[in-house]
Design a protein around this ligand. Structure first.
Ligand code: ATP
Length: 355
């Protein structure tokens, strides 16, 4: 029986509640099968890590994560960290940078039983995660933003062929397992060199996948197309900031931030991290929706199962996903989706459905 080593970081705000609910489900699923085992280790990250170890992402956490197959990361409330951490990357940016988690994979799928602004959505955004318009991670050293005078700020955008090639290849590989359609999103009419290179390199990679239908849109037009005809899209590949914005849009269109899952992956490891933040306004009330983290964890297990060609792990992920979706279909939802379940009671519903 294969054992997978997983790290777990609760993080800040609602992290304590939604990650705990996810672990309850994960542990139940783990105990229910004897074909694959998950070894879980909780590691410090966030405000509690500052209190205990003097840093929101202690070195020992990074060191331990380097030996894991993957990990679950709760949200962080970096705005609440002491000023001395202002100049540093936040924990999520640092982990993406440190482990070169170059692909941020964010699906948006309509869920039966959930009221949403659109129907029949089933797409996945492949967001480049290491460069583009994120100056806290697009430099080898230092931060790519400068104040030239108190009234003049410069922010860099960085686009490199190798980084574009690998996210494009990940997107086309995914399209081959789905509906064989990739949409490249850029702004090459204005940002001709930077996002122009993004578009050109994606089109070059497309030649390796002649079966895949390819189209491309400017990011502003794409936002409108998503609102108007989301069901026409399968895989979307785009740079860092465009992907961040479009995935919040698609998440909200299919039912809300609390539902939106994601993983961040390199070629060997992946991190489950829901799209939502630490939601300080609802912390400690047991009303936060744990589905985003739960479905991110499902994505992590499925990704690991496919990477290790382990059908038992893929099955375990599917069982968890079915139980979560079935709970939602039965109207068992937290208040953000109009229901009356608490974070904890939603986890219990899912565990009963797993049984
Ligand atoms: P951050 O900067 O950490 O991303 P933010 O305030 O910009 O934080 P979120 O923390 O995602 O963004 O919260 C936005 C709002 O969405 C919150 O005020 C909260 O009401 C709601 N929200 C976010 N996540 C959830 C969730 N899991 N369950 C219920 N409501 C949520």
């Amino acid at each position: 029986m294969k054992t997978y080593q997983l790290g777990v970081m609760y993080g800040d705000g609602i992290g304590e509640e939604v990650v705990k609910a996810t672990l309850d489900v994960l542990k139940a699923a783990n105990q229910m099968n004897d074909l694959v085992k998950l070894d879980l280790e909780v590691l410090p990250m966030g405000l509690k890590a500052i209190d205990e170890f003097g840093h929101p992402l202690p070195e020992q956490t990074k060191e331990k994560l380097s030996k894991k197959d993957g990990w679950i990361m709760g949200p962080h409330d970096s705005a609440a960290y002491p000023d001395r951490f202002n100049e540093e990357r936040n924990p999520s940016g640092e982990l993406r940078h440190h482990f070169d988690l170059f692909a941020n994979i964010r699906p948006a799928k309509s869920v039966k039983g959930i009221k949403s602004l659109v129907n029949d959505a089933d797409l996945v955004i492949y967001r480049e995660n290491t460069e583009g318009y994120y100056p806290d991670r697009n430099m080898y050293s230092g931060v790519g933003e400068w104040m030239v005078t108190p009234d003049v700020a410069l922010s860099t955008g960085v686009f490199t062929r190798p980084a574009i090639e690998r996210i494009a290849r990940a997107a086309f590989e995914a399209a081959m397992t789905r509906h064989k359609q990739v949409t490249i999103v850029h702004k090459a009419n204005v940002i001709r060199l930077g996002t122009g290179l993004f578009k050109e390199v994606c089109l070059e990679v497309a030649k390796e996948y002649p079966e895949v239908k390819v189209n491309d849109f400017h990011v502003d037009a794409m936002a409108a197309h998503l609102v108007k005809r989301i069901s026409d899209f399968d895989i979307i590949v785009t740079e860092n900031m465009f992907g961040d914005i479009l995935s919040d849009l698609t998440g909200e269109l299919v039912g809300g931030l609390g539902l939106s899952p994601a993983i961040n992956a390199n070629h060997t490891q992946a991190m489950a991290q829901a799209v939502h933040g630490s939601a300080p306004d609802i912390v400690g009330q047991d009303i936060a929706n744990p589905v985003g983290v739960m479905l991110s964890t499902v994505m992590l297990l499925d990704w690991l199962g496919k990477k290790h060609q382990d059908n038992h792990l893929i099955d375990l992920a599917k069982k968890m996903e079915d139980a979560i979706l079935s709970a939602l279909e039965k109207g068992k939802t937290t208040p953000d989706l109009g229901g009356t379940e608490s974070t904890e009671s939603f986890a219990k519903v899912v565990i009963n459905l797993l049984n």
